[in-house]
Design a protein around this ligand. Structure first.
Ligand SMILES: Cc1cc2nc3c(=O)[nH]c(=O)nc-3n(C[C@H](O)[C@H](O)[C@H](O)COP(=O)(O)OP(=O)(O)OC[C@H]3O[C@@H](n4cnc5c(N)ncnc54)[C@H](O)[C@@H]3O)c2cc1C
Length: 497
């Protein structure tokens, strides 16, 4: 029947009420997320109080400590003279020296109360030999300075963390790893380095010279000496196109094996932390190599944009967590576009950091053998809700066996699960986080896994020993190379004696 022949009541319904109802539904669908994100953005103001002079802290914001801070200059002769003199004085006065790069460890690995804090970040010169692909760099240089320098010359970092906030020395001492698939940790890219020992002597360390020290320093948390100049093997910068696959997390390893083909230069996974799909679903992102021209591609500054608001809106908020996961699945991010390796690596983690004075966010990482990944996740699905922990993200990386460092976390191929938890900066929340961490470490150990050492020192000494069976020998060798125990920090205090 033509519409003009309909009774007036039916015409009103067709012309006015149905579109109005559709608009109301559309508004309801859009308005809840819009309101949620608007409120999050409104509350997301930087409230962090700067540390008073003479105090240091680390990325946990749970370790404010008074120390004597010494800045190391980048002039090599002046730096070496200053450090030698400082070590002599420390020995005479019985003082401890804790070395610091960008202070992104979280358990006082750079801190010793009333000791000397060596701030290495000013020690940051660098020079690339483009013929050999070897970068000579002072250990305090941060990746945020190294990457733009390499970018101008068409080079990039071979293995590093997923962000650019860290120093070369800090990266060496944690023996970091990132989104580089099928690669051992960072140590594999170190050719050699100069090390100032506790007695002020400078020695060269490489796989050929002072091999024992070479392996102890890499992953050695600042306990053997001060790393000065480093020679790193770097790789050509590359252009990638990104692809993403959404899969059940139980299929992660199998999908990874299929998707990470020879043309993939970087890859990482993300697991759902949304209550509706808690650790049940994953997004695997792979970066496929494209042809890059001769001209260096410019780096652009990363902006947090709406991604920060979506992320911050998931803190302590189940609705926000579900919304974020839906958006992450929908939004292809870089999919369909081209992005360079350096652009991916040059993102600061600070883009997403917590701005609230009373709160903080803490990382954990568990290294799990491929065949046990789902077994470990099954445990996590029980343990994390049982402890009512606020889990904000889980990323997954692949690490190949480490042949270089002494205190190694990857003595076989591992998948690293990086978990970010939210907590209050209170003693009560510290206890809760400790109990949760110990339960997760136990679950990782039970399936042949390990945990990562740069974060909170919540593991019991027995858990540490079981995860790192080389530890007893490692600490004996510490005493051999630093008999006055000058290099010290909270990590050594807790597990070394
Ligand atoms: C937000 C965030 C994201 C992270 N992402 C990753 C990741 O993707 N992959 C990963 O593997 N790790 C990651 N980490 C851990 C990080 O790699 C380590 O904490 C690393 O040590 C940080 O480097 P840094 O310069 O801040 O080191 P610092 O915390 O300053 O120092 C770390 C250790 O190195 C020693 N040290 C530093 N410089 C020297 C030197 N010149 N000579 C001798 N000893 C020295 C210190 O004494 C200390 O024990 C992340 C950490 C945070 C907070």
């Amino acid at each position: 029947m033509p519409q003009h022949n309909l009774p007036i009541r039916h015409r009103l319904k067709a012309v006015v009420l149905i579109p109005l109802a559709a608009m109301a539904i559309a508004l309801a669908v859009v308005s809840r997320p819009a309101l949620h994100l608007a409120l999050t953005a409104w509350n997301d103001q930087d409230q962090i109080t700067p540390l008073p002079t003479g105090m240091v802290d680390d990325a946990s914001r749970l370790n404010p400590t008074r120390m004597q801070i010494v800045q190391v200059p980048n002039h090599p002769v002046k730096a070496k003279a200053l450090l030698r003199n400082l070590l002599q004085q420390a020995k005479i006065r019985g003082q401890k020296v804790a070395i610091a790069g960008a202070r992104h460890t979280m358990g006082g690995q750079t801190i010793y109360a009333k000791g000397i804090s060596l701030d290495m970040t000013g020690f940051n010169r660098m020079q690339l030999n483009p013929t050999t692909g070897i970068l000579t760099v002072q250990s305090g240089a941060k990746w945020s300075k190294v990457i733009p320098y390499l970018n101008q010359q068409g080079y990039s970092v071979a293995v590093m963390q997923s962000n650019n906030d860290f120093s070369v020395g800090g990266t060496m001492n944690a023996n970091a790893h990132g989104w580089q698939p099928d690669r051992p940790p960072f140590a594999s890219t170190v050719e050699s380095f100069e090390l100032m020992l506790a007695d002020g002597r400078i020695v060269q360390c490489s796989r050929q010279t002072n091999r024992e020290l070479f392996s102890l320093v890499l992953g050695g948390y600042g306990l053997f000496g001060i790393i000065l100049e480093v020679k790193l093997r770097v790789v050509p910068n590359q252009l990638y196109s990104a692809e993403r696959t959404v899969i059940p997390s139980r299929d992660y390893v199998e999908t990874y094996r299929r998707a990470v083909t020879k043309d993939v230069g970087m890859a990482y996974g993300r697991l759902s932390i949304a209550p509706d799909r808690f650790l049940q679903e994953a997004i695997l992102t792979t970066y496929h190599r494209q042809t890059i021209g001769d001209r260096p591609l410019p780096l652009t500054e990363s902006q947090p944009g709406i991604a920060r608001t979506v992320f911050r809106g998931s803190v302590g908020n189940d609705y926000g967590k579900n919304l974020r996961w839906q958006l992450e699945k929908l939004n292809g991010g870089e999919v369909g576009t081209h992005v360079t390796r350096n652009q991916i690596l040059n993102r600061p983690s600070s883009l997403f950091e917590n701005y609230k004075q009373a709160e903080t966010e803490i990382l954990h990482e568990y290294f799990i053998p491929p065949e046990s990944l789902e077994l470990f996740l099954e445990q996590c699905r029980v343990i994390i809700p049982k402890h009512q922990a606020d889990l904000l993200s889980v990323t997954v990386r692949n690490v190949y066996p480490d042949q270089d460092s002494f205190l190694r976390y990857a003595d076989q191929e591992m998948f690293g699960l990086v978990m970010l938890f939210h907590q209050q900066r209170t003693a009560a929340d510290e206890v809760k986080m400790q109990v949760l961490t110990q339960a997760l470490i136990e679950a990782a150990l039970a399936v042949g896994g390990r945990y990562y050492l740069p974060y909170r020192l919540h593991a019991t000494p027995s858990q540490f020993d079981r995860a790192y069976p080389q530890a007893t020998k490692f600490f004996q060798l510490k005493q051999k190379y630093d008999s006055n125990l000058i290099f010290d920090n909270y990590f050594y205090t807790k597990y070394g004696r």
